[in-house]
Design a protein around this ligand. Structure first.
Ligand SMILES: C[S@@+](CC[C@H](N)C(=O)[O-])C[C@H]1O[C@@H](n2cnc3c(N)ncnc32)[C@H](O)[C@@H]1O
Ligand SMILES: [Zn+2]
Length: 302
């Protein structure tokens, strides 16, 4: 893999707009991302550094030192720090690192690789980058990109240095060109069906991962009087644009230990529903046995 600190550039297509202020020697290094203000191509102003990307209308975006662009405009942000809180993101990073969800990652990887590895894959709401990294470990050929509305999440993803193109952006205003992605995936993240359809090439695939009915039943039993299944991200009401290609339910029972229990709680919306004494009880628990149940749904753009 090339220098992990550099942002992976791609060559400017002949019909792309030439940007102003571009160093000639750059010979047009163009980002996969588009300008969020005017939709034009974003091109590196200097190919040696790839530190600043600029469009034909002189909207300019600096690459963060970790290697991502912040393309979230103020009007697309509902709060100062949108998305999951830093605490949730860090809990998710620690929990996923322990490998409890490795079997889900394997299944996502095989879904993606079903159509080969020469593909451009977009992870929408990529979080701290666990699933992108699993894809990179499975193949160096995949052209990976990810967006998340949380800057902390994208920064942590970028620190993985896996040669993915990354941006802070919203799934509801994807900073990508039309028809530019082969596979879009969403793992427990919000999704806009129309935006996803816009960026997927004709015939492109959407892979959605959400909770099945039994997901974390052992954890919710400690919080609610009866099992409350986590509401997943679902596009079943929007099948005008996508044809369903199949659904796979995968289940396991995991035995979560010590501090991982609180991390698991904190990375889910259940944390906000748990009373302080329930949080304390979970914090002091040494083992939590729980079902994990995921649903992987595949769709094809019509
Ligand atoms: C439950 S987490 C899942 C993260 C990651 N896919 C994973 O499974 O590890 C949901 C993620 O969606 C992000 N998110 C929330 N609203 C978003 C939006 N409008 N656009 C993009 N990402 C968003 C959050 O910041 C968070 O990282
Ligand atoms: Zn612009």
């Amino acid at each position: 893999m090339s220098d992990p600190f550099s942002y992976p550039p791609v060559r400017l297509r002949e019909n792309s707009h030439p940007a102003h202020q571009i160093d000639e020697s750059a010979s047009g290094m163009i980002s996969i991302f588009k300008c969020p203000k005017c939709n034009a191509n974003l091109v590196a102003t200097n190919s040696a550094t790839n530190k600043t990307y600029c469009c034909v209308n002189n909207h300019s975006f600096d690459m963060a030192k970790e290697g991502y662009l912040n393309l979230l405009l103020a009007q697309h942000r509902r709060s100062r720090n949108p998305g999951d809180s830093d605490d949730m993101i860090r809990s998710r990073r620690r929990f996923l690192k322990t490998g409890y969800y490795h079997f889900l990652a394997n299944s996502i990887v095989s879904h993606v690789l079903q159509t080969g590895d020469n593909q451009k894959v977009l992870d929408m709401g990529c979080g701290e980058g666990y699933y992108l990294q699993q894809l990179r470990q499975a193949s160096n050929q995949l052209d990976l990109c990810g967006i998340d509305i949380s800057k902390t999440a994208v920064r942590l993803t970028a620190k993985r240095k896996m040669g993915a193109q990354l941006a802070v952006g919203s799934a509801f205003n994807l900073p990508l060109h039309n028809d530019s992605v082969d596979i879009a995936m969403s793992v427990f993240s919000p999704i806009s069906v129309t935006e996803t359809a816009r960026v997927l090439r004709p015939g492109g695939r959407l892979i959605m991962v959400g909770p099945g009915e039994r997901h974390l039943a052992g954890l919710t039993a400690k919080i609610y009087a009866q099992n409350v299944p986590h509401r997943g991200n679902n596009i079943d009401n929007s099948l005008a644009l996508f044809s369903p290609q199949g659904q796979l339910d995968i289940k396991d029972t995991i035995s979560v230990k010590d501090a991982d229990i609180l991390d698991l709680l904190k990375m889910t919306p259940y944390y906000w529903h748990a009373q302080p004494e329930q949080q304390d009880q979970l914090k002091n628990l040494q083992r939590l046995q729980t079902d994990v149940h995921f649903t992987i749904k595949s769709y094809q753009l019509k």
